[in-house]
Design a protein around this ligand. Structure first.
Ligand code: GRF
Length: 195
């Protein structure tokens, strides 16, 4: 049986990556993580990868905060191609993906976003949900295209907004849903990849 070969890109603590690793370890996800990349040297996701013996790549981009310059993204795409991955998994990556990576992995990059898209695209989606006064929000796994959180939706989970929620409590509840949803979607893709 072919296992799905993954690369993960993040900018933060890597709790979604941790849930993916846990699902692989428990046999619920038939995949391997071959490479983890991050754009911050102190990103927790890199420590988690090193602890699991997974190859890491530090993205060196001093010029921009919300995107990569074409040359830097081309180096990232080359590392991903050399690692021979089937799918790129964005897990808390805080930059827009541009053509060097999109063209190298067409239709093979997915992301998780902490809202029920198309509502609340972009930054701090849980705060946007609180500000809008909605009673329900959630998370969405979607294919990545050239827009910001605009790609085709693969799956969503619903999360209630409680009357006394703060930004932190709501984001924490959304993250619990994310940690269940992302590995499930990856396993569905792994099963499709085989056939
Ligand atoms: C998650 O809420 C995810 O939806 C968003 O960034 C956060 C990453 O968290 N894209 P983590 O680094 O996986 O803990």
């Amino acid at each position: 049986m072919k296992r799905l070969q993954l690369a993960v890109i993040g900018s933060g603590k890597g709790s979604n990556f941790a849930s993916i690793l846990q699902s692989i370890g428990s046999g619920q996800l038939a995949a391997d993580v071959r490479l983890v990349a991050a754009d911050k040297p102190d990103a927790g996701i890199l420590d988690l990868a090193r602890g699991a013996g997974i190859e890491t790549h530090l993205i060196d981009e001093p010029r921009f905060r919300t995107k990569l310059s074409p040359g830097v993204e081309a180096i990232l795409a080359e590392r991903m191609s050399a690692a021979d991955v089937d799918l790129i998994v964005l897990a808390g990556y805080m930059r827009v993906v541009k053509s060097p990576l999109l063209d190298a992995f067409p239709g093979r990059i997915i992301n998780i976003h902490p809202s029920l898209l198309p509502s609340f695209r972009g930054l701090d989606a849980w705060q946007q949900a609180l500000d809008a006064g909605v009673k329900e929000t959630g998370c969405t796994v979607h294919w990545v295209d050239a827009g910001v959180d605009t790609g085709k939706i693969l799956a969503q989970s619903y999360v209630p907004v409680l009357p006394d929620d703060t930004a932190a409590s709501l984001h924490a509840r959304i993250q619990i849903a994310e940690h269940a949803l992302y590995p499930q979607v990856l396993q569905s893709l792994a099963e499709e990849w085989e056939s």
